[in-house]
Write a protein of this length. Structure first.
Lengths: 369, 240, 373
């Protein structure tokens, strides 16, 4: 036990001496939570549009007022001809033009066919879709308010939509669990693989190995501080999410922390596995970037939904531990499910962890002999 | 022999509270081989960095090749050659490419570079290996090559920072013969070393202990003064 | 001038002699482009839906058929009990639960209004809006259809009818996500690779010690910096050519604008990005530190570049933060010029900002590069 603490302490010194890296280790999660919480969002507001009003009559004026009042849109300018649309779209700031046809009032009040046209910059598909939906809903509300209450239209089906678990559609809800997965991987896997590789590179590993310390105690001592640090980071992210972005923790906190601890273990065993395979810091860094960080960022469903990917990539996402971890965390935090609803991903994650742990022990041992 | 090419007065370098070089003053004359000795951490490399313009002195003045080290560092650089402790040629360039590059950055013209490089290869007996990667040369050869490259632009003064570290005795010998040849051509050599037998080859030697210059004389006089048989004994007595 | 020639020649020889550089310029960007453009896809392709039909009428079956006819909706389960729907949502088996109330047809036929309930898993806000939006549209269309059937039967016409809405999506009528992503990704890949390579380059000279030999020579700072920049400028150009060819052949991306405009902007952007890479290298002593610092900034730059999420949706302070972000300008430029065919006058603002960034970053890089210690 004494030798274990000696190594543990030495590693803590290493971490605190390299202030630049320490700064990144603490600064990275904070920056990521802030960016994801505030800036990386698909929330829809203040979109700039233009109006092409061919009729300029009473009803079109009311419609424009109605659009302005919605606060979803900012009318950036009014244009006079269809030819201008291409010109303003090419500048890229305005993404939609609402075209009001000539004699709009007349047509509407004479119950002749009245029609509004949206011309949307479709280069950004999702944004185009969202614009279309918000604008459609707005026009519909406008025409209903003109016709009178909805009761006067016979046979109408009302739709009651309830946004469950995230009523305000905040993007922090979606990104927070993924951020935890990334940070734990960065510190537990990448940093540990780097520090072990560094000892190999500088030759200090040999000195430690000729000492009477058992190699397993040695490795445990080295990864201990990183385990503590990454667990601390996970809690930090949860606390920030809770107090700054109001991301709730509906399920059991105990279960949540337990799952974080499990994932720390997964990441640590991956780190040891990589370090057993690489002799230099550079190769450790490249391996963890290419096999851990990038796939986790792209394929785990962190940023992009897995269901949108081609089948091959969907299979690939199934062998990434973070996929299961993110699933578990979302369920516990946001939906408040208990262990019984997430038994499958939990079992897969435990299985993966055991597998990586075994692999790294075997590889590490074979290198010693 | 009495033309001063390096002249230093009260040169000092502090890093916070730590005084790395403490008011050293000395002159070096044209064509001299000037040895700079001291234990590890005595301040040799810092002093040399100030002379070559790699580091700015905290206080004190000095001139190298007739230029002020405080204000005319870039002019000094044109007139000196430098070979560092670390091997400083590019491993992934060939011998010729390295030489051409260093000739080029000192502003030699194409014809002169060609001439110099050929002369250099000839004197090193490397005529057939000019297109080999430096990576493939043994260490001793690399050091000799680095020395020749550092002199490609014919600098009146050359600074050598532990040029023979890790080199076998035979190669060291050849190396010093080369240094002698250059000195007799009127080039000033400023060299730091750990090898006391090499110190014997120098015209004059200065010794640094904890940032201060504690001795400055010819090897012969130093041995007399400290009543020692070899420079090794002198060193041990001074450095304690 | 002669000095500069020798510096540049040395850098070119070194960079292109490195065996890792060729695959880095060809295979790496191609693989990245392919994987990213398939993976970085926010298109909502599949929405799992749980149908809870408590009506069991002709009306409800017709609605369900309409929903099932749409490709993106997959009916994963159905029930006649509220509780089942809630469980499906809780367990993540369904993204949307559709609740059709009992006696819906009966109520509707008596010309009264009925209410259909949609419970949407909104953890991923975007998928929620897009999925529920489609479903909404289906129900509204169905409503219209039913109304016109019933009204024509009864022959009672309302005084006023709602305003019709027609829409068209320009430039990308199919709303193909790849058309949107590939030009942006191209911009991102070129900038990130070039920045990382440059940052590593000077630090490497510092690590092996050759930088000292350069520092005692009379070489000027700007000569050194230019020498370091040029090879990567060429690499950036090659990367872009490779990327455009692959994008055209594999994804058939549109190239509506002038290709010369693209390369003119690329030149200025590369200068800004190279300046940034050099700046990073000035603050790092080891390659490891350089990678960490570069990784940190690159991640923030990409997330705030509008590549994955629209800049319009960001809060104002974050929108201002995109101004000094070269990746943001490059991504936006590529999209505007390739997809929409923007001309110089449309994007001159970005030329100006990028030009200023290039000057600022390079001046900082030259100022912070110290020949002394």
């Amino acid at each position: 036990m004494k030798t274990y603490w000696a190594i543990f302490k030495k590693e803590v010194f290493h971490i605190f001496r390299d202030t630049r890296t320490l700064f990144i280790l603490i600064g990275m999660p904070l920056a990521m939570v802030f960016i994801f919480g505030y800036a990386v969002t698909n929330e829809f507001k203040n979109s700039k549009i233009a109006i092409l009003d061919h009729s300029k009559d009473e009803l079109s004026g009311e419609l424009i007022q109605h659009i302005l009042a919605s606060r979803h849109f900012i009318i950036e300018r009014n244009i006079n001809s269809t030819d201008d649309i291409d010109l303003i779209f090419r500048k890229g700031e305005i993404k939609m033009v609402v075209v009001i046809p000539p004699q709009f009032s007349e047509h509407f009040y004479s119950n002749d066919h009245s029609q509004i046209q949206f011309i949307i910059d479709g280069s950004e598909p999702n944004f185009a879709n969202t614009l279309n939906q918000y604008a459609t809903a707005m026009i519909r509300r406008f025409s209903l308010s003109k016709i009178g209450n909805s009761g006067s239209i016979p046979y109408s089906i009302a739709i009651e939509m309830r946004m469950m678990y995230n009523p305000e559609l905040k993007s922090a809800y979606n990104f927070l669990p993924g951020t935890i997965a990334m940070i734990l991987l960065l510190i537990s896997a990448m940093m540990t693989s780097l520090t072990i590789a560094k000892e190999k590179e500088t030759g200090t590993m040999e000195i430690l190995l000729v000492s009477p310390v058992s190699p397993f105690i040695l490795i445990l001592g080295k990864i201990g501080p990183y385990a503590v640090l990454s667990f601390f980071n996970a809690v930090l992210i949860l606390v920030m999410g809770y107090y700054v972005f109001d991301v709730p923790i509906i399920g059991s906190l105990c279960l949540l922390l337990l799952m974080c601890a499990l994932y720390v273990l997964t990441a640590l065993s991956l780190g040891v596995l990589i370090s057993a395979k690489s002799d230099s810091q550079q190769s450790a860094m490249l391996t963890s970037l290419m096999t851990l960080m990038l796939p986790t960022m792209l394929l785990s469903g962190f940023i992009f939904p897995v269901s949108s990917m081609p089948l091959l990539l969907q299979y690939a996402s199934k062998i990434i531990p973070a996929t299961y971890f993110i699933d578990i965390i979302k369920s516990i935090m946001l939906r408040g499910t208990g262990i019984s609803s997430i038994d499958f991903p939990v079992l897969v994650l435990i299985g993966m962890t055991l597998f990586f742990l075994m692999m790294s022990l075997v590889l590490f041992k074979s290198r010693l002999e | 022999m009495d033309q001063k090419v390096i002249s230093v007065k009260g040169l000092t370098k502090r890093f916070g509270d730590f005084v790395a070089v403490d008011e050293i003053s000395f002159d070096v004359f044209k064509g001299e081989i000037f040895g700079f000795l001291g234990a590890n951490g005595a301040g040799k490399t810092t002093a040399m960095k100030m002379l070559t313009g790699l580091s700015k002195p905290t206080s004190g003045t000095g001139s190298v090749a007739g230029f002020e080290i405080l204000k005319q560092a870039e002019k000094i650089k044109k007139n000196i050659g430098y070979m560092s402790q670390k091997f400083a040629l590019y491993d992934d360039l060939t011998i010729k490419e390295n030489a051409q590059f260093y000739g080029g950055i000192y502003g030699l013209n194409r014809r002169l570079i060609k001439l110099k490089v050929n002369q250099m290869l000839e004197s090193l007996n490397l005529q057939d290996s000019g297109n080999k990667l430096v990576h493939s040369l043994p260490l001793g050869w690399k050091q000799r090559l680095a020395f020749s490259v550092a002199m490609l632009h014919d600098p009146p003064i050359i600074f050598l920072d532990e040029p023979t570290g890790g080199v076998d005795p035979a190669t060291r010998r050849i190396f010093w013969e080369k240094i002698y040849a250059e000195a007799s051509n009127g080039r000033t050599i400023f060299v730091t070393t750990h090898y006391m037998d090499e110190a014997e080859y120098c015209n004059r030697i200065s010794m640094m202990v904890a940032g201060k210059m504690v001795a400055l004389d010819s090897p012969k006089n130093l041995k007399l003064k400290y009543n020692a048989k070899t420079m090794n004994d002198v060193f041990v007595q001074i450095a304690r | 001038m002669r000095v500069l020639y020798y510096i540049i020649r040395k850098e070119f020889v070194q960079v292109f002699r490195n065996k890792a550089i060729l695959p880095m310029m060809t295979i790496l960007p191609i693989v990245q482009l392919i994987i990213l453009s398939y993976a970085a896809n926010n298109e909502v392709k599949q929405v799992n839906i749980h149908i809870n039909d408590q009506d069991h009428s002709h009306f409800s079956r017709r609605l369900i058929q309409k929903i099932q006819a749409v490709d993106i909706f997959h009916t994963t389960s159905s029930s006649t009990d509220h509780q089942d729907g809630n469980t499906a949502l809780l367990d993540g088996l369904a993204d949307i639960v559709l609740n059709i109330p009992p006696r819906a047809e009966h109520t509707l036929l008596r010309t009264r209004a009925i209410k259909i309930q949609l419970l949407v898993n909104a953890i991923n806000g975007q998928a929620a809006t897009v999925g529920s939006g489609y479903l909404n549209q289906i129900i509204i269309d169905y409503n219209k259809e039913i109304r016109s059937e019933l009204i024509s039967g009864i022959l009672v016409k309302p005084k006023l009818s709602p305003i019709d809405i027609e829409y068209s999506n320009w430039y990308n009528p199919e709303l193909d996500y790849k058309t949107f992503m590939v030009p942006g990704l191209l911009g991102e890949i070129v900038t990130v690779l070039v920045m990382l390579l440059t940052a590593m380059n000077i630090v490497r000279e510092r690590e092996i010690g050759t930088i000292e030999q350069i520092n005692v020579s009379p070489i000027k700072k700007w000569q050194f910096i230019i020498g370091k920049m040029l090879p990567f400028l060429v690499i950036g150009m090659i990367l872009m050519i490779v990327g455009l060819v692959v994008g055209k052949l594999l994804f058939d991306i549109p190239i509506r604008g002038s290709i010369w405009l693209v390369f003119a902007f690329l030149l200025i952007s590369l200068m800004a990005i190279l300046g940034m890479g050099l700046l990073i290298s000035n603050f790092a002593n080891t390659q490891q530190q350089a990678i960490f610092i570069a990784f940190f900034f690159v991640l923030i730059f990409i997330l705030l570049s509008g590549l994955f999420t629209p800049i319009e949706s960001m809060p104002l302070w974050a929108q201002y933060l995109t101004i000094p972000n070269p990746i943001a300008h490059f991504v936006a430029f590529m999209r505007n010029v390739l997809i929409k065919g923007s001309e110089f006058s449309d994007v001159q603002y970005r030329f100006m900002v990028m030009g200023i960034l290039a000057i600022v970053f390079n001046s900082l890089a030259i100022l912070t590069y110290k020949k002394t210690t």
